[in-house]
Design a protein around this ligand. Structure first.
Ligand code: C2E
Ligand code: MG
Ligand code: MG
Ligand code: MG
Length: 275
């Protein structure tokens, strides 16, 4: 413990920090084996229009740890990104989502659905990402026009790399949605250049829509921006009918959130359709 403090009283060794590092290393090795151990699953959250009809779903990753139980994506996706594990995990997500897309396209109730898949910047920047997506769709016999890739604003920083890749995927009919919109630093000039289909209003703006005039203004501005750019707009994190109604007033007609359904396994969605 004598060496723990430097001359300036700066600590070189902090047991708390060491504990955090150990925990992180443990989580990393567990995540590494989670895929093979079958501990990962995809859940799907409906995206609905004004009549409450489901028009698509977003695929969301779930990790059920044998001891710790359910671990939220926010607790392991950043780690997966830092360690590169997001690449094999992302491939698995894409496989699963394309398989599910093909199954849904075979049934009249679900044939019109799109499936949205979250893609990390690291995945998107793989040199063979375009081939990977196109090949996965083809192997599963899934319709590229029904697959939406959800990207975040971070990719805009590297627009020279991002743009040709987006155009190549677009040429195959694949759709693009800009996730968590409003939380990053999108330049409007860049936004116009990206072959996007949709913007997702971040749930932080939806949460206080009725009480915070700034959030209401931001939501309204995003809606008019999408109009001007000819894009679709969807609000995420819609929890109350009041929020939905306010969004409708502002011109947003697509929603996703607990008001309609939490993310559920595919069978759960099919069962609720039958009811
Ligand atoms: P996201 O893509 O913005 O996904 C929406 C998140 O909001 C999901 O959290 C969803 O469960 C949650 N949500 C939906 N409706 C509501 C609501 O009404 N209220 C509240 N409070 N939350 C709602 P989740 O599933 O925990 O995922 C968190 C993030 O992890 C995602 O944010 C996405 O960035 C990332 N993620 C999830 N699955 C994947 C994946 O397969 N690949 C990658 N790269 N990232 C993923
Ligand atoms: Mg998303
Ligand atoms: Mg989002
Ligand atoms: Mg998010």
């Amino acid at each position: 413990q004598a060496k723990a403090s430097g001359r300036n009283g700066m600590r070189f060794f902090d047991p708390k920090m060491q504990a955090r590092l150990n925990e992180r290393a443990e989580l990393e090795s567990e995540l590494r084996s989670a895929l093979e151990a079958g501990q990962l699953a995809l859940h799907y959250q409906p995206q609905v229009n004004v009549d409450g009809t489901t028009i698509g779903v977003e695929a969301l990753l779930r990790w059920t740890h044998p001891v710790r139980g359910a671990i939220a994506p926010d607790a392991f996706i950043p780690l997966a990104e830092e360690t590169g594990l997001i690449l094999p995990i992302g491939n698995w997500v894409l496989e699963c989502a394309c398989d599910q897309l093909r199954r849904w396209s075979a049934s009249p109730d679900t044939a019109g659905w799109t499936v949205s898949v979250n893609v990390s910047a690291l995945q998107f920047r793989q040199s063979d990402f375009v081939e990977l997506v196109v090949d996965t769709l083809a192997r599963h016999g899934a319709n590229p026009h029904r697959l939406t890739l959800e990207l975040t604003e971070s990719l805009i920083y590297d627009i020279d790399d991002t743009l040709p890749r987006m155009h190549a995927l677009k040429a195959h009919g694949i759709r693009f949605s800009l996730d968590d919109f409003g939380t990053g630093y999108s330049s409007l000039a860049y936004l116009k250049r990206l072959p996007l289909d949709e913007l997702k209003i971040d749930r932080s703006f939806v949460r206080d829509l009725l009480t915070d005039p700034n959030d209401a203004t931001i939501a309204r501005t995003i809606v008019s921006l999408t109009r001007a750019l000819g894009l679709q707009v969807i609000a995420e994190g819609v929890e109350t009918a009041e929020q939905r109604d306010e969004l409708i007033v502002q011109g947003c007609l697509h929603f996703q959130g607990y008001l309609f359904s939490p993310p559920v396994p595919a069978e759960g969605l099919e069962a609720s359709l039958k009811r």
